[in-house]
Design a protein. Sequence first.
Length: 226
Amino acid sequence: MVAKSDHLTGTAIELSLPVANGRLFRHAATSDILDLLAANPHTAFSVRDLRRVTDQSASSVTDAVDLLDETDLITITYDGNRKLVQINRKRLSHPDDPLLQIPQTEFRDPVRTIVDRITQELADVRGIVLFGSVARGEADRRSDIDCFVLVDDEQARAQQTAHEIASELSEQRFDGDRFKFQVLVESTDTAPRYGDRLRDIFASSLTLVDSEVLQALKSEVLTNGR
């Protein structure tokens, strides 16, 4: 049994060796599906959900799901005739510090700083999600640090405070470098109105501050309210 990690010190999933089917990671859909399921371990996705969120073909998703099932990396249940796919949580491990999920280490300190400022200065924070190129490990020095914040408070006021924090931190140096921050804030009341936009955010993201409220929102958005 070995651990396949998304990042060097981040989320990991245990994989039995030898791999039951050598085709497992030949599909582009496999990594996309594993990333999505690992980031949302309490959500069961239909095959149609997986196709929509990962933007992979029906045949690729179906084949990848079958291969992941063979290796016991996922669990499958049925709701009538609908197949529901979920990560096998017994195989999954998360770092105690969610910042360690960030693939490129140079971004961890600035992200930690903005998370600390947001949780200290915004009222009733229900979740913080990192998305975009930094979450995917594809960022360079010109990349924005993109965060989505869910609050149980008045959205406009929270957005203004978050904008001020982002502007201040964009002038601060971290190990000699400046980073640009972008923060999108929605409230528990306003967030459900932006399902399509949030689906794009949640499809490839890292959860830095979690709550049952955020989990419920992510599940609703990613499964189209099923």
